[in-house]
Write a protein that binds this ligand. Structure first.
Ligand code: DGL
Length: 269
């Protein structure tokens, strides 16, 4: 039965787990197959063509696992490859840029929205395009924060160091007017408390994770693909990088123990 198949969720590393956590919360009956391309992370500084190639490779792998839907839980990969993936596969595909944009549109009162993300996401202009398509009157400030992904992937727990890196990364946007700030990178929700400290309580932080899970839920419902039978799905987590390191970050973030398998895509073909 197709509805019992898994939802394939991909990211360049651990960041997409923010989406997994929301899917667990909103759709506890769904089975997840997660793919974190940790060995090639970060995608942010890479050319869009390369990110597209990596994303298509992962999609090919997920298709071999008979997933019923694909979630590109990576902003950089969504910006570079969402349209291409949609053209390529017959199952539903969801990215994170539209859900994140919708969350900000829903929240803003002043129409002043900030977006932070990787170089690839910010350079692509994908957030501005999506936001302006819906409301051309919005005033958008976008800014790339390349130091934040390595900070999260390193798993550093020293709060003084985290605060310092976050403060330096966000300095240039602190004088900009905004009532909403889109965390346009899947890794940022993992350090959102520090980002909030730096930008102040008056700015609402918006992550795409919650809206993305809602969109997944809506699409599965409309396509009659919601899993109504499975109560304890066995999720699978793949990483191209170090299993222990991935497991440590993932279990801390998800608050549960998981099984992680190392995968080398060049050997799968
Ligand atoms: N997952 C990426 C994103 O959301 C961030 C990490 C990376 O640069 O690969 O843009």
């Amino acid at each position: 039965m197709e509805e019992q198949n898994a939802i394939g969720i991909l990211d360049s590393g651990v960041g997409g787990l923010t989406v997994v956590k929301e899917v667990f919360r909103q759709l506890p009956r769904e089975k997840i197959i997660y793919f974190g391309d940790t060995a090639r992370c970060p995608y942010g500084p890479r050319p869009a063509e390369e990110v597209k190639k990596f994303t298509l490779e992962i999609v090919d792998f997920l298709l071999t696992q008979n997933v019923k839907m694909i979630v590109i839980a990576c902003n950089t990969a969504t910006a570079a490859a969402l349209n291409e993936v949609k053209k390529k596969v017959k199952i539903p595909v969801v990215g994170v840029i539209r859900p994140g944009s919708l969350a900000a549109i829903k929240h803003t009162r002043t129409g002043e929205i900030g977006v932070i993300g990787t170089e690839g996401t910010i350079q692509s202009g994908a957030y501005e395009k999506t936001l302006k398509q819906i409301n051309p009157n919005l005033n958008i400030t976008s800014y790339a924060c390349p130091t934040l992904v390595p900070l999260v992937e390193s798993g550093i727990e020293d709060e003084t160091m985290i605060r310092q890196v976050v403060k330096e990364a966000l300095q240039p946007i602190l004088n900009q007017k905004m009532d909403s700030l889109i965390l346009g990178c899947t890794h940022y929700p993992l350090i959102s408390q520090y980002i909030q400290e730096v930008v102040g309580e008056q700015v609402k932080l918006l992550s795409s994770a919650e809206e993305t899970a809602r969109e997944v839920s809506t699409i599965l419902h409309y396509q009659n693909l919601l899993n109504q039978t499975e109560n304890h799905p066995k999720h699978l987590f793949y990483t191209t990088g170090d299993v222990d390191h991935f497991k440590q970050i993932a279990e801390k973030w998800l608050g549960r123990t998981i099984e992680v398998t190392h995968i080398d895509l060049s050997k799968v073909k």
